[in-house]
Ligand binder design. Structure first.
Ligand code: ADE
Length: 241
């Protein structure tokens, strides 16, 4: 998968050299390009923001540098496409925004099947709306929210999305079985896990896990998932059981 990120803080993404995603980049499973938005400015001060039309607090990111940066990645002068053509393939441009669709495991799985993701990290009070409108007429654009809270910018949200999406690309996680039995994959939270020693500070591993009875272990784990989900995230239950 090719991933491009446009940001005014490219250093944020240095950590994508590490861990499983770093290995995935080395092995060519993920091809990452991080672009500094300021490189797409043409004024002496490399300004990326200005005051909002209509007044109000804060600054708004200017359309021109965004247009130049995104044209360099997506190709410029593309005419507005018919909706059917937009739906078919091509890169997906994602703007993290608290005003977007909620990011979920299902969305991560869907996006992990794409060939090319482009992330645009907004800062301040957001990006001039015409940037979203322009690229929405030419291809697939999504506003995606990490949750109902406000971050200072899109960078942290993009990091989280790339980690959630990247680990679902076949080959990125060494043992694919570990992807199956984790929270949200089957709509439930995951069961608790234990390792040696069997007794620690007076706390014992549940005996069923030491029994060697795989049927009983599966049943216990499923019960634990349901109980945990009922307790912590009852909102998830009606959709799954
Ligand atoms: N940018 C600012 N807040 C955000 C959020 N909650 N999700 C995604 N992007 C954001």
């Amino acid at each position: 998968m090719r991933i491009d990120i446009v940001t005014i803080f490219p250093e944020f993404f240095d950590v994508l050299d590490l861990s499983l995603l770093g290995k995935a980049r080395q092995s060519g499973l993920i091809d990452l390009g991080v672009h500094n938005l300021r490189d797409s400015t043409i004024d002496r001060h490399h300004s990326v923001d200005d005051t909002p039309y209509g007044g109000g607090a804060g600054m708004v990111m200017k359309a021109e540098p965004w247009g130049a940066a995104l044209d360099a990645i997506l190709g410029s002068d593309a005419p507005a496409a018919a909706p059917a053509a937009q739906a078919e393939g091509g890169p997906i441009l994602i703007f993290p925004s608290p005003a977007g669709d909620q990011f979920t495991q299902a969305m991560a799985r869907e996006l992990s099947l794409e060939q090319h993701l482009v992330f645009g990290c907004g800062r301040y009070e957001g990006i001039d709306q015409r940037v979203v409108d322009h690229y929405s007429q030419r291809g697939r654009v999504r506003l995606v929210s990490l949750g109902d809270y406000v971050l200072n910018g899109g960078e942290v949200a993009v990091m989280a999305m790339i980690e959630a999406i990247g680990r679902l690309i076949p080959g990125v996680v060494g043992n694919p079985a570990s992807l199956v039995e984790e929270s949200h994959e089957d709509g439930l939270l995951e069961y608790p896990s234990y390792t040696k020693p069997a007794s620690w500070r007076g706390l014992e591993v549940p005996p069923v896990l030491l029994s060697g009875n795989h049927g009983a272990i599966s049943t216990w784990r499923r019960q634990q998932q349901i109980e945990r989900t009922e307790r912590v995230r009852p909102d998830l239950l009606p959709r799954t059981i």
